[in-house]
Ligand binder design. Structure first.
Ligand code: BEZ
Ligand code: FE
Length: 279
């Protein structure tokens, strides 16, 4: 039988072209992609004009990408796709700290700071003490864990979004735990902020009647030999965007206490333990 194209046999016709030498995983991924892509067009009866708008959107998404800007990941984030891939790949036992979206603002090799030191270098915002322990599933402290943290400043921008305005490494640092597994640092009580929305993804969100805000959070990347890499945030519990995070990153277990300390130098305290899963 000849494999000419028809609407009814579109998937089989395209997938029959898979070359002999294609790796089994590549063949599996591409065949499944074609199957769902064709089903999507058929189900909604995609018009020629809509297809052209889609191509134009993807073109603009690519054109705005640079070393500092990754609009495709942003697209994946706002469609909940990044969180889905993260969930599929980080199924953890009960009691282990959950992962959430990594985001585009992590910078490698942040300064290693002394335990308790501040990461806030611009003097803005309400000071907050973040402290807790890095432990395993049995509650045993993990020595030598690296707690890499980053957050926006009180104006809602990361240092890398405002070079020359914010000090380099503002609201970033790495802390290594000792025998007791304890980490502690000073930062600011996080503030909510919009994801970059001046490109095609921001326009798409507006057309979908969605806002671009993320609820206030502190980012954590916690690593230790013998344990799974933990990419997570802690969220401020009274934030009005918790249930409408633009990138779907909120999980109930990641909402941390933020306690006001009256009469202290540090105005806020946020205790949180990170429970790592063995590899
Ligand atoms: C962030 O939390 O830094 C972030 C996550 C996803 C998209 C944009 C920003
Ligand atoms: Fe963030």
């Amino acid at each position: 039988m000849k494999h000419y194209f028809s609407e009814d046999s579109s998937v089989e016709t395209v997938n029959a072209r898979m070359g002999e030498g294609t790796s089994p995983r590549m063949a599996e991924v591409m065949a499944c992609l074609v199957k769902h892509l064709h089903a999507f067009a058929k189900e909604i009866h995609l018009t020629q004009g809509e297809w052209e708008r889609g191509v134009d959107f993807l073109t603009k998404t690519g054109q705005i990408c640079s070393g500092e800007r990754q609009e495709f990941i942003l697209l994946s984030d706002v469609l909940g796709f990044s969180m889905l891939v993260d969930a599929i790949n980080n199924r953890r036992p009960a009691g282990a700290t959950e992962n959430t979206v990594f985001g585009p603002f992590h910078v490698e090799d942040a300064p290693i700071r002394a335990m308790g030191e501040t990461i806030s270098l611009d003097g803005k915002g309400e000071p907050c003490l973040f402290e807790g322990r890095v432990i395993d599933l049995h509650g045993t402290p993990i020595e030598g864990a690296c707690v890499d943290v980053w957050s926006d400043n009180a104006d809602g921008f990361y240092d890398v979004q405002q070079p020359g305005i914010q000090p380099k490494w503002n609201n970033r640092g790495r802390f290594y735990t000792g025998k007791d597994g304890v980490y502690a640092f000073r930062g600011i009580k996080p503030t909510s902020y919009p994801i970059p929305d001046d490109g095609p993804v921001g326009k798409m969100l507006a057309q979908m009647g969605r806002h671009p805000y993320r609820p206030a959070h502190m980012h954590f990347l916690v690593t230790a030999p013998g344990f799974q890499r933990l990419v997570t945030h802690t969220f401020v519990g009274d934030d009005s965007y918790l249930e409408s995070d633009a990138v779907f990153g909120v999980k109930q277990t990641l909402i941390a206490p933020f306690e006001r300390l009256e009469g202290e130098d540090t105005l806020w305290r946020s205790p949180f333990d990170f429970v790592l899963t063995p590899v």
